[in-house]
Design a protein around this ligand. Structure first.
Ligand code: ZN
Length: 113
């Protein structure tokens, strides 16, 4: 009875170790495929984003960005869903956005830029 229990415990331990190894290699394999697929999805999303949120330029041909007083990112389009809920929208060039303390573009409308 003890021998059987020991054997079962060993088998369980072996399974746990081999299962862990299998999971690890399976994870790494899946990860490489996923990042490639994500890259392709990102490219498609960037194309869609550019069509959905076309860049806005001022009279001098400079690209204009939009942001809110409380926001931490700037947006390239007033149509961005993350901006639409805001009532007070400021706008300006990229330099002006940076001067306003906005360090990066919105992950929705500025994706792929
Ligand atoms: Zn945005």
């Amino acid at each position: 009875m003890r021998v059987t229990a020991f054997a079962a415990a060993s088998a369980l331990l072996f399974c746990a170790v081999s299962c862990t190894r299998y999971t690890a290699s399976d994870f790494y394999g899946g990860e490489s495929v996923d990042s490639q697929m994500l890259g392709e999805l990102d490219d498609k999303l960037a194309e869609t984003t550019a069509e959905k949120y076309p860049a806005v330029t001022n009279a001098d041909g400079e690209q204009i960005f939009f942001w809110t007083k409380s926001g931490s990112v700037y947006h390239k389009s007033e149509n961005c869903p993350r901006l639409s809920s805001s009532s007070e929208i400021k706008s300006g060039t990229h330099d002006e956005a940076l001067a306003a303390g906005l360090e990066r573009g919105c992950s929705v409308c500025c994706k792929g830029q």
